[in-house]
Design a protein around this ligand. Structure first.
Ligand SMILES: [Zn+2]
Length: 104
């Protein structure tokens, strides 16, 4: 079961754990790599604590959807029915085309 692939590089441990939780909620198994290095290896600079999220290849598509929603600032995001753009939950109309969700 060594078949893990990197899906996202978090800039810090907090972000990594936030995303890990978001992925696990939808049933995606996540491993974190890099976190253990901070403090363990004295030669590393203090800010070298980027944490890579690893997932299984089968989960890649779903994981990217979850991460795309996160990057767009929404715990809830919606997909425009007109142009297919993914919008943050805080947007009332599609930022790409101005289409309102719920209308045809
Ligand atoms: Zn749109």
């Amino acid at each position: 079961m060594s078949d893990w692939i990197p899906v996202y590089e978090a800039s810090n441990s907090l972000e990594a754990h936030t995303l890990k939780g978001a992925l696990e909620v939808v049933g995606i198994a996540v491993q974190l790599r890099g976190e253990a290095l901070s403090g363990a290896l004295g030669e590393l600079p203090a800010n070298a604590v980027e944490v890579t999220l690893l997932i299984r290849p089968a989960d890649l598509e779903r994981a990217q959807q979850v991460l795309a929603g996160y990057r767009q600032g929404g715990e809830r995001s919606w997909k425009c029915r007109h142009c297919g753009e993914q919008n943050a939950g805080s947007f009332e109309v599609c930022w790409q085309c101005g289409h309102e969700p719920g209308t045809e």
